[in-house]
Design a protein around this ligand. Structure first.
Ligand code: ADP
Length: 262
């Protein structure tokens, strides 16, 4: 026969149980708030381009279609907003896959500088329009092999370099640096001398849909999902990503990768 518990022991059990229940409820509530916020953000992000398309189409139907000075411009603007919607849907697709744990990481060995040069080539037209120059930092040119999911790391670098153009200043610079930390790990950094991010926004830029007021007010086409996707990918590699930035000075995003060496 088990010895009966004292009244103090029973009270202790009850209190522990109550604390555990409260914690469970808190988690449920937080998840619920998270979902609500997500939906609110999503509907906001969808509404902006949809209303714009609606506006252009109505204006065209109301007569602007016969005005050769504006009809093409309105159609182009409508298309730009449809493109933005497609981009948003692609990003959403991607993030829901990442968050439901459906992502598989297929590692292979590749030279990180080759990938960076390739991305610089792909984005050179866009950079040219703002007079932004791409560079690999002096002393970081010697090829460094990393072991990671090539397509996913390409996506990470595309997002970071694309942001360095979007939030870069005219005639500015995007610099890639590669540091071999020890035999096992490499640090890759993408730096710009653009608008930067203030201290209050900095801890939140990796949250989905988070965009600073400056990014929103400038209407730089973006979904606010890019950095959330980047962070997921790096964490799925069991690596880390961080950012340092100063308004009007610039930003540096850095992430680690494995060299694959034991
Ligand atoms: P977006 O689609 O808005 O670019 P991201 O998730 O890529 O979304 O970035 C989130 C926010 O972080 C941006 O809206 C912008 O405010 C800020 N940000 C990202 N990269 C930079 C950068 N290189 N310089 C300044 N701000 C940046």
């Amino acid at each position: 026969i088990l010895p009966l518990k004292t009244i103090e022991e029973v009270s202790e059990d009850v209190e522990k149980w109550a604390i555990q229940k409260k914690e469970e409820l808190d988690i449920l509530r937080r998840n619920e708030e998270f979902r609500k916020e997500f939906l609110l953000n999503l509907s906001h992000e969808l509404k902006t381009p949809i209303f714009a398309v609606q506006g252009y189409i109505h204006t065209l139907l109301d007569g602007a279609i016969d005005d050769p000075n504006v009809n093409k411009v309105f159609l182009k603007n409508a298309t730009k907003n449809v493109d933005r919607l497609c981009h948003l849907l692609d990003d959403l697709d991607e993030i829901s896959k990442l968050e439901s744990g459906e992502m598989t990481i297929n590692k292979e060995t590749f030279v990180i500088q080759d990938m960076i040069k390739d991305i610089f080539d792909t984005l050179s037209l866009k950079a040219n329009t703002k007079g932004i120059k791409f560079n690999i930092k002096k002393g970081c040119e010697a090829p460094v092999a990393v072991q990671a999911d090539k397509e996913k790391i390409r996506q990470v670098l595309m997002n970071l370099v694309d942001n360095s153009i979007k939030y870069g200043k005219n005639d500015g610079h995007t610099i890639a640096s590669i540091y071999v930390m020890d035999d096992k790990q490499v640090l890759v950094e993408i730096s710009d001398d653009g608008i930067g991010i203030s201290e209050e926004h900095l801890p939140r830029v990796f949250e989905r849909f988070y965009r600073t007021d400056r990014a929103r007010s400038r209407d730089i086409g973006g979904t606010g999902l890019g950095l959330a996707i980047v962070k997921h990918i790096i964490e799925a590699h069991n690596q880390t990503i961080n950012v340092r930035s100063k308004p009007e000075i610039g930003s540096t995003f850095g992430f680690t990768l494995d060299t694959g060496r034991e």
